[in-house]
Design a protein around this ligand. Sequence first.
Ligand SMILES: [Zn+2]
Length: 260
Amino acid sequence: MTSVAPQHSPTQRRGYRPAPTPRHHEHLALVALTRALANGHRAHRVDLPGGTIAARSNGTGHQRITLTNPAGHRIALAVLHGACLAQDAVRTVAEVFHRAPTDPSSGTRPLFAPASVAEGMKMRRNRARRWPRKDGSVRAAVPGAELIIRPGVLDASTTTGGLRLTLDGPWHDRATAQVADAILRDLAPEARHLTYTTQPAGHYINESGSHCYDSFCWAVCSCGWYYPAADRSDARWTASWHRQHPTAHRAPDEAYEPSH
Ligand SMILES: [Zn+2]
């Protein structure tokens, strides 16, 4: 008997949510870039602990943001257009610096497969597979934004603007999925807490031949929060509780756990 469980270590507390990637430096850098561009500068660059961020604007609403690692290799190029200000990309920039391949020898192509990236993303409503389209790209949509994953390129758009992120160096599926999630979190704030519940295993026959019923299932959120539930209605109730109280880490029934 197996249940479709998210891949979390069993030693983590229930309702555990991983700490977000620190993005204080990136936030300040993007504020500085936005201010410089707003003051009429066409180009501006800021050095950060994780590398360098440089922005250029052509004055028609397009911004190009180049991210390089401390060794001077370009790790990503972001082109923003429409209403997307540079400041809206702070999660994306922080994840790129944090997840970038450590040794991108120049000219190395990204190694990720669009379908595996889509599979590894947390920003989703359910576990339904996102199938590759004819050209090999995969579409990952959440309320408010959609992302097309192509080899080497993440193309995101909203009703008001968009972001095209080109990744340089040997990027793998997992790191790319984390960057892809960050893009959707930046562009679609209303979709940061997308929950779903898994189907219970249901009826089964155990080793001694008795009929049993397994109602255990999970409530899972795109932000990383999850909860092992006694049954589906418990999971659904707790998922809606989490959406209403997204900053509370504890699942509500933790207080009733026997202490030991
Ligand atoms: Zn959440």
